[in-house]
Design a protein around this ligand. Structure first.
Ligand code: IMP
Ligand code: MG
Length: 193
């Protein structure tokens, strides 16, 4: 089922002309995020987990996710850059902004927007494990398993999607489209021109 992409109060947004189709509406995302929050809350109750958001794509998702988790938790962020072209990552990763918290002995839940090749997260997991946390698990809003190159153990997945370039709800193309309140597929002519 294809629904029309919209902003609730601004159907004339110029961003919408670049969207081929809506993959998940704001309502569908909210329903799934609530389910993920309930599951995470059950699993981590009493463990005082540290949620680690991987900037910047995760910003919108993690804001909704933490408000769907009634268990006590801490929140921290890490920013990494993965070299590559705009739509393909290379697996060469650099930490741009490290965590503020010490994760030794902590139950860490890494929160990502999307796992594509898995190269970025497999690098990050190695870095975090060296710091001897009590546990590390991964929660991703989107999983694109078709192009996986590195094995990553993902515990929580919002939606599994086909190999399409997705924007909105925090995800960008060339830093744009993060503010779309839904997940949409970008028209290929936008990134091939
Ligand atoms: P990976 O290392 O290939 O798993 O790349 C993961 C990162 O690439 C994500 O955190 C995103 O920043 C970016 N990425 C991969 N696929 C998409 C997409 O469809 N839309 C937007 N960003 C994407
Ligand atoms: Mg990312």
């Amino acid at each position: 089922m294809k629904t029309q992409p919209t902003f609730a109060h601004a159907p004339e947004s110029p961003l919408l002309a670049h969207i081929e189709e809506t993959l998940f509406s704001g309502e569908q995302i909210a329903t799934r995020v609530t389910e993920l929050g309930a599951e995470i809350s059950r699993d981590y109750m009493g463990l005082d987990p540290l949620l680690v958001g991987v900037l910047r794509g995760v910003a919108v998702f993690i804001g909704d996710l933490v408000r769907a988790i009634p268990a006590p938790l801490d929140l921290d962020f890490i920013a990494i850059s993965s070299y590559g072209t705009a739509t393909r990552s290379s697996g060469v990763v650099r930490i741009l902004k490290d965590l503020d918290e010490n994760i030794t002995g902590r139950h860490v839940l890494v929160v990502e927007d999307i796992i594509d090749t898995g190269l970025t997260l497999s690098y990050l997991m190695r870095q975090l494990l060296e710091r001897r946390p009590a546990s590390v698990e991964i929660c991703t809003l989107l999983d694109k398993p078709a192009r996986r190159l590195a094995e990553v153990p993902v515990k929580y997945v919002g939606f599994t999607i086909p190999d399409k370039f997705v924007v909105g709800y925090g995800l960008d193309y060339a830093q744009k489209y993060r503010n779309l309140p839904f997940l949409g597929v970008l028209k290929p002519e936008v990134y091939s021109r």
